[in-house]
Write a protein that binds this ligand. Sequence first.
Ligand SMILES: [Zn+2]
Length: 253
Amino acid sequence: MIPRGTRHLLERRVRLLAVLAVFFGAIVTAGLCLRVPDTVATLDPFVEDTLHGMVILVDPGHGGYDGGARAQDSGIWEKEINLAVALQVEKALAARGASVTLTRREDIALCDETTASGTKKRQDMERRVALGEEIGADMVLSIHMNEYRDRAQSGPQVFYRQESEESRLLAGCMQAALISALAPPKERAALAGDYFILRLPVPSVLIECGFISNSAEEKLLLDPAYQARLGEAVAQGVTDYLTLEARRSASPG
Ligand SMILES: [Zn+2]
């Protein structure tokens, strides 16, 4: 369940998107029929505002003492790539009008130096979730890189909060947006996942952007241009989800 306040915000957002979708759909169709390509380009200032009012927590996984996985060829830690991609996600979401908060903007873990090593991870994760609560997040996007001992494995994969239908739908939209934007050789499907960062009662997904254990994909994930495409794809996934919710609320049952 989504708390009442959040649900109202989402419903307003979803209604607005439904109206916008019909409105822009009509204009784009008219523009295409009239073969006036500029008509589409002039829509950008409006499209950029599709996430206005959304408060989104973006979580670059790991940080500080916790490096996460390690890229096989370059030796670069996952935490560094997560942050680089998360900054691109922030940029793309903010360009569409969303209010974005990152759990970290530098190479740190969110735990105290003095915390016993056995409980550092727990404290770090609890503080990330608490930050989401504090800002009244409407959505949580956690950014990670995958690894596997079989180096042939590749492709982005999205995980969602198990008991949350909204999260499942968001994950489906996100997975489709990533596949559409990045055309990975291996097309994976979104899966339910039991992750601490997905425990807030709002649409929440953890995005494994690709495998840093795969040579070809590691090269891509380290490339700033590819990181920017990832950021755009994630923002598109969020927009597609809200459009889907708008359609669902327009035709209940
Ligand atoms: Zn990770």
